[in-house]
Design a binder for this molecule. Structure first.
Ligand code: ZN
Ligand code: ZN
Length: 236
């Protein structure tokens, strides 16, 4: 089998978010800005430093590309992350590992009314970016993940694929993870199944932040237990 037909089975679509530098609807998909909080909920805080967490990403699951509607559940996925430097919660809580306590990643239903809260005074508050559309790209796995899936290609072919920009770096919905270290899908705490990629958040793309030394982060989810989400990142 040649490389093309071997790989074709593993071709996925990754969607690059198209953004504007504006605060969008409260229930809209966005980086930073004002999250949707149901009822009387207050802005989430870090249990380590008790400061407010930063909203990194909100995904309105009704706003996704058509083929993904229902794929990740119903409602809104949110990622909040503690960016406190003093104490340095990222290090103290090992926020690079999935299920760290200074990170909230969750799927919430969208109830009728949001709670009326203002964006709190967070140090180094990230600028809001509203996601207004999705650009479709092809994506392929990296050599290590490819090998584990039984894709038979030699080292040169994998290098070519990597030189062509696969798997894609940068922020993206779906596709294949751009792993910096090894393949690091967490297991679902409920059923033990390997979780799958929802969204990749890269350093210095839509969020002006760096995960360690230009690391790359991934929101993952159990396909069966859609409320089980995780966020982890790795750097070189
Ligand atoms: Zn904290
Ligand atoms: Zn599960």
């Amino acid at each position: 089998m040649n490389k093309q037909s071997t790989l074709a089975r593993f071709k996925r679509i990754a969607w690059k978010p198209l953004v504007t530098d504006q605060e969008g609807r409260q229930d809209g998909s966005k980086f930073s800005g004002m999250p949707w909080l149901n009822g009387t909920e207050e802005w989430p805080r870090c249990p380590n430093c008790h400061k407010h967490l930063q909203l990194f990403l909100q995904l309105n699951l009704y706003d996704l590309p058509t083929v993904l509607l229902g794929e990740f559940g119903d409602g809104i996925i949110q990622l909040f992350y503690c960016t406190s430097q003093d104490p340095h919660c990222e290090v103290e809580c090992e926020a690079f590992f999935p299920f760290a306590k200074s990170v909230v990643v969750r799927l919430i239903p969208k109830e009728n009314k949001p709670s009326v809260v203002a964006i709190p005074a967070i140090e180094d508050l990230l600028p809001p970016r509203s996601i207004i559309g999705w650009q479709e790209n092809y994506d392929y796995p990296n050599w290590e993940e490819g090998n584990s899936l039984g894709i038979e290609m030699d080292e040169i072919e994998w290098e070519q694929l990597s030189d062509e920009g696969f798997p894609g770096s940068g922020d993206k919905l779906g596709g294949w993870p751009h792993w910096i270290q090894g393949v690091e899908y967490p297991d679902c705490p409920d059923c033990g199944d390997r979780m799958r990629l929802v969204f990749q958040i890269d350093s210095n793309d839509n969020l002006p932040i760096e995960f360690g030394d230009v690391g790359c982060g991934h929101i993952t989810q159990c396909e069966t237990h859609k409320e089980r989400l995780a966020f982890g990142w790795a750097c070189g």
